[in-house]
Design a protein around this ligand. Structure first.
Ligand SMILES: *Cc1c(COP(=O)(O)O)cnc(C)c1O
Length: 389
């Protein structure tokens, strides 16, 4: 359905992409296929593997439905579904870097990505280097003949620097390297990574696509050039996602446009209000005009999601903990993208370049679907507690 994807609205696309109900008796939603074995008609078809589905790990009508929906959103040639957002980072890296390669990773990357690179990839003989999120075209000076992948994430985890993805992609491609992007924050609704030169777009579908803090899933989408190698890595590693989780994410996609729009508006409301509050030094949200990368964000992104950080005006861990402990609506917990608001302390001690200085402790907020007035009142309790600590 919805073949002419570019000409219809995003919510129409989210409602109708993926499966065609008439392929399965008209039921609106696709079947959840639980499968390992797929039977063949005869020995000849088995020998030739000449049928659409061959084994559970290699795809089912359920994974196809989500994969096709994501391909439509991303403009990609193919999408794999893996058991977590972290697996959506590690599997393409394992597929595309080899011993002796040089790998460039943005310094403000999601921490577990850095941990994977610093432990397993280094053990496998990959030379890992971290670069400044603001490097832009300057990445050319870091690229070596053996640089195979430039890994990006924009906006940055926790500190929300915006990367100049087109400039990075241009320099990487000129040197024969490919570009991967962890695009979880914006989702393909607010940033179509492949349109900006990214070869492989990565999502923790655990976040907004799933939307309810009850599913772990990752998706990785590639352009024509990188799809065969990505699919080969996926099949080689056998790291496929379970059918119920895939189904739940497809279900989540149907309402993702509405949810994101609400997250966006509430987060901007809270963020601009926070900028005026005593005890706040800075709000790190790229859609705020005060953000140093606002112009870049505006040039490339078509929206903003519900996660940003606030920097307290002075203090340390004591004030940070007082703020967090005073919250009654915001939960203290990792991840984001669900319907409920969350707060976490930000740690920047692992970074080599993008580590501030900031005027005080940094706290990341995920603005959920609750009423904004209640969230502001909760944050005001946190600020008062931090000021009193
Ligand atoms: C949460 C997150 C991930 C990992 O997702 P999980 O499903 O929790 O493993 C990867 N990248 C970013 C930017 C994330 O925020």
């Amino acid at each position: 359905m919805a073949k002419n994807g570019s000409e219809i609205g995003i919510n129409t696309r989210l409602a109708h992409s993926g499966n065609n109900p008439h392929d399965y008796f008209g039921f609106v939603n696709p079947p959840v296929v639980h499968a390992s074995t797929v039977l063949y008609r005869n020995a000849a078809s088995m020998a030739a593997r000449s049928q659409k589905y061959t084994y559970g790990t290699r795809g089912t009508p359920t994974t196809d439905a989500l994969g096709q929906a994501i391909d439509e959103l991303e403009g990609s040639a193919g999408t794999i579904m893996v058991p977590s957002g972290l697996a959506a980072v590690t599997i393409p890296l394992l597929g595309f870097v080899s011993a002796g390669d040089h790998l460039l990773i943005v310094d403000s990357v999601y921490h577990p990505t850095r941990n994977f690179a610093d432990t397993m990839l280094k053990r496998l003989g990959v030379d890992v280097e971290y670069y400044d999120p603001h490097i832009g075209a300057g990445i050319a000076s870091l690229i070596r003949p053996n640089t195979s992948v430039v890994f990006t994430e924009s906006p940055a985890s926790n500190t929300f620097e915006v990367q100049d993805i087109p400039a990075i992609a241009k320099a990487a491609h000129a040197a024969g390297a490919i570009v991967m992007m962890d695009n979880t924050w914006a989702t393909p609704l607010y940033f179509r990574a492949l349109d900006f030169g990214v070869d492989i777009s990565i999502h923790a579908a655990t976040k907004y696509p799933a939307g309810h803090s009850d599913v772990l899933l990752g998706t990785v989408s590639a352009n024509e050039r990188c799809w065969p190698k990505l699919f080969e890595a996926f099949n080689t590693l056998g790291c496929c996602a379970g059918p119920d989780d895939v189904y739940q994410v497809l279900r989540g996609l149907r309402t993702m446009g509405l949810r994101l729009d609400h997250h966006q508006r509430s987060a901007l409301d809270v963020a601009s209000w926070l900028e005026q509050q005593p005890g706040v030094a800075q709000v790190l949200h790229p859609a705020l005009p005060s953000h140093p990368d606002h112009a870049l964000w505006k040039r490339d992104f078509s929206g903003s999601s519900g996660v940003f950080s606030v920097v307290l005006a002075g203090g340390g861990q004591k004030q940070q903990h007082a703020f967090l402990d005073a919250l009654t609506i915001f939960g203290l917990g990792y991840s984001w993208g669900g319907y409920e608001s969350l707060a976490v302390p930000v740690f920047l001690g692992d970074r080599v370049v993008a580590k501030g200085p900031y005027a005080g402790p940094v706290i990341r907020l995920q603005i959920g679907l609750e009423d904004v007035a209640d969230l502001k009142a909760d944050i005001a309790r946190g600020l008062a507690a931090a000021a009193a600590a």
